[in-house]
Design a protein around this ligand. Structure first.
Ligand SMILES: *Cc1c(COP(=O)(O)O)cnc(C)c1O
Length: 434
């Protein structure tokens, strides 16, 4: 499979280049040259297949021969080490729980797949792959845990000192091995600037094989299509239309769903749901896209004012607004509505939703009410509620339990290296450590 840049369909690269570059040289995002449709027989028997078997078939369909089948099987098996169950929460409303991985959020799927794929490419070459990642919290933990112990790779996580929660910080500063955490005396933007400057620095570029692990990487997108198939496999009545509501920030998760749909998965419609950072729902109503600075909410992993995958959405529909707005509807909700939904579901069913999942639930319910037909609705539960313990405890007026994997992180001592926010200091550190 070849991958083209969304800025230039003639700029095509192979999988290794797309994954190690992340962003195309013309600043476009990589997309698969074509998206093969899976055979009818696959869908007819999908309910008999395991999550891993489904994921392998989907991965092979999109990646082709770029990775030998036995290697790809190993990569997929390593990615899918935990379940993604579909749980009935309310009449017609099911949660697809994507938080059973090591850092308890859906980003584990993308990070684990990408790390294994890079580990495979590292084996093919003599040089170690250095992954630089700037994080404001969740990306760093998923990426660091994904790469932990992967031979031929080293991860350097840069995070702003004092600006991530204790739970988040512990998830990437307690690991050791091939993961180094740099506690930067500055902001998230400073961390991002240091990473960007490193990629532009001739000395570093010549000396090291540098790559980034940000969310626009195609290797994080591909595995985000797997669980849509697995969700469909778990739907009992496959004669009814299926719609899926996706709580969104950078819209990578929705793009993964659209890839699945293009591979033939019978999802009738996607519901793009956001908090008050609603530039995409607004676009779906008005055809006008207006990026703006993000606003802080209780679903903060979705506080994005200029979603990076928006260009991929446009690309998938050849910029045809009529088609795009037929397949995707959009809604936005406030923090008050989010809290009310969390309370309502907890009071009526005992189910604890995290603020992001609650936004997905709200979008689904609104759509089902407007539609008024007997259809199956699924919303994505993107994080375990304990990851947002303060908000959840306060909203539900009771403390929720911290699951064992998170407790273990909290018990470990933090190991991080303090770093000033100037580039020369960061560069000297890299040259003396790597
Ligand atoms: C990253 C994240 C999202 C948003 O996903 P996108 O792919 O950026 O739209 C939603 N919920 C949680 C918990 C996240 O960490």
């Amino acid at each position: 499979m070849k991958f083209y840049s969304t800025n230039n369909k003639n700029l095509k690269v192979d999988l290794k280049e797309a994954v190690t570059q992340g962003l195309a040289p013309d600043n476009g995002l990589y997309m698969p040259e074509h998206i093969p449709v899976l055979p009818k027989e696959f869908f007819d028997t999908i309910h008999t297949k395991s999550f891993r078997d489904i994921a392998f078939i989907v991965a092979q369909n999109i990646i082709g021969d770029d990775v030998p089948a036995d290697e790809l099987r190993r990569i997929v098996d390593h990615t899918i080490q935990f379940d993604a169950p579909v749980v009935e929460v309310d009449d017609h409303a099911y949660a697809l729980e994507l938080f059973h991985g090591p850092t308890l959020a859906f980003k584990d799927f993308g990070a684990r797949f990408m790390s294994q794929l890079l580990g495979y490419f590292a084996k093919e070459q003599s040089q170690e792959i250095i992954v630089l990642v700037a994080t404001s919290g969740d990306t760093g933990s998923a990426v660091a845990n994904g790469f932990l112990g992967v031979k031929g790779t080293k991860v350097i996580v840069l995070y702003p000192s004092g600006k991530v929660s204790e739970i988040q910080e512990k998830q990437f500063t307690t690991l050791g091995q091939n993961v180094i955490a740099l506690e930067v005396d500055g902001t998230f933007d400073d961390c991002q600037r240091l990473v960007k400057q490193a990629f532009l620095d001739d000395v570093l570029r010549k000396k090291y094989f540098l790559t980034s692990a940000n969310s626009i990487n195609i290797a994080r997108l591909i595995p985000q299509s797997f669980y849509y198939f697995y969700a469909y496999a778990q739907v009992k009545d496959k004669n009814k239309p299926v719609v899926i509501s996706i709580p969104s920030g950078n819209f990578g998760n929705l793009t993964g769903g659209l890839l699945a749909q293009r591979m033939g998965l019978p999802i009738e419609r996607f519901i793009a749901t956001t908090n008050v950072n609603d530039v995409v729902p607004e676009y779906l109503k008005t055809e006008v896209f207006t990026p703006r600075p993000s606003r802080q909410t209780i679903s903060n992993a979705m506080d994005v004012g200029n979603p990076s995958n928006f260009v991929r959405l446009l690309d998938l529909f050849d910029k045809d607004f009529a088609r795009l707005s037929k397949d995707i509807v959009g809604y936005a909700f406030s923090d008050d509505e989010t809290r009310a939904a969390m309370r309502h579901i907890y009071a009526s069913t005992d189910y604890v939703m995290d603020p992001h999942g609650a936004i997905g639930y709200l979008g689904l319910i609104k759509y089902l009410e407007e539609r008024g037909e007997d259809i199956t609705g699924i919303f994505l539960e993107t994080a375990h509620p304990a990851k947002f313990k303060e908000v959840v405890d306060e909203t539900l007026s009771r403390p929720i339990d911290i699951p064992l994997p998170l407790q273990r992180f909290l018990e470990q001592p933090k190991k991080s290296i303090p770093m000033k926010s100037d580039f020369e200091g960061f560069k000297d550190f890299l040259l003396s450590t790597l």
